[in-house]
Design a protein around this ligand. Structure first.
Ligand code: 0X9
Ligand code: ZN
Length: 305
């Protein structure tokens, strides 16, 4: 529907979460995992097939970075697709029959709100930094993975400020705590960003090669090839540090080190023409590209865990 081909305000998204839960109580549960620094709730949508309990799970988060509006739009697209095409589409049915799917639609609600009201190009969260006029920390530099080394800033006024200490931010802490307490079941971690069209895997916090590098590389290569074939669009792929840049403290590297051996960051459309200001008319294709890649990866994880 046209609803999913627009960007939505934070209030709309909270309303949508509640409505989705009410309308599809057979497949959906809502879990409150924490709150933001401005005390907004962080709701995870848990999607399950209508079958019995499953042992595996995947995690999907969107909107770590406030200005990357296509990311929350993707989480909404994904949830809607899963609900609508369960028992219709083979891949999503297979996914839901074999794993629970946890979706955090907006990991950084304060920042997202701020991009709608005050500064469209804001990236960080909105926490108050003591001894500084500048607000916010970069949540994707705030995780405990070579925290605040080269590629992050210790200056609160910079867009890549790493925060006071690892997990200093309530949004980071909520996600990290949830994943720690579900690490035996969560087999796949997926984080959605924009822009630049890349499928990334660990490590970004160093140039080290991940133990299962070859497997992850082949997987994103396949996903990229299929996106090119079906949607005629180019996605680069590889380990973060070599493919985009060295950037410590990211959620994907942290989740990987926690033991989630399938851990990815997708950078969605575009490659810079519109950048963060991707027009709504691009939402369907951007989301379908990411959905295709998610399916390929998730089915591989199901087969191999
Ligand atoms: O720099 C980032 O956090 C991500 N790029 S963005 O333009 N969306 O800000 C890339 C994240 C890759 N993964 C890690 N750095 N861990
Ligand atoms: Zn980002």
């Amino acid at each position: 529907g046209v609803f999913y081909e627009r960007y939505h305000s934070l209030e709309d998204i909270y309303y949508w979460i509640n409505k989705t839960n009410q309308d599809h109580s057979d497949m959906v549960k809502i879990i409150l995992i924490g709150s933001s620094s401005e005390k907004r709730p962080l709701y995870v949508i848990k999607l399950s097939g209508r079958r019995d309990e499953v042992k595996r799970a995947m995690w999907l988060d969107c909107g770590i970075h406030a200005r990357e509006w296509i990311a929350p739009a993707f989480c909404m697209w994904f949830v809607k697709y899963a609900i609508e095409f369960y028992n219709q589409n083979t891949e999503i049915t297979e996914m839901l029959n074999n794993m629970d799917i946890y979706v955090l639609t907006v990991m950084n609600p304060d920042g997202y709100k701020y991009t709608w009201t005050t500064d469209r190009m804001w990236r960080k969260n909105r926490s108050v930094n003591k001894d500084s006029e500048c607000a916010g920390a970069d949540l994707n530099r705030n995780f405990d993975a070579n925290w605040c080394t080269t590629g992050a800033s210790s200056n609160p006024c910079d867009p890549t400020y790493c925060g006071q200490f690892p997990e200093s931010e309530p949004e980071t802490q909520a996600v990290a705590q949830f994943l720690r307490s579900h690490k035996d079941t969560v087999k796949l971690y997926l984080s959605i960003h924009s822009y630049s069209q890349m499928l990334l895997f660990p490590y970004s916090c160093s140039y080290d090669e991940a133990p299962n590098h070859n497997e992850l590389f082949e997987l994103v290569k396949e996903a990229s090839t299929k996106i090119r074939r079906y949607y005629r669009n180019i996605y680069k792929y590889g380990p973060g540090a070599k493919t985009i840049y060295l950037a410590p403290g990211g959620s994907d590297d942290w989740a990987y080190n926690l033991g989630i051996k399938y851990s990815f960051t997708f950078e969605l459309q575009d490659r810079g023409r519109y950048g963060f200001l991707l027009p709504p008319s691009f939402i369907p294709q951007a989301c379908n590209e990411a959905l295709l890649a998610s399916k390929i990866i998730a089915l591989h994880v199901i087969k191999n865990t």
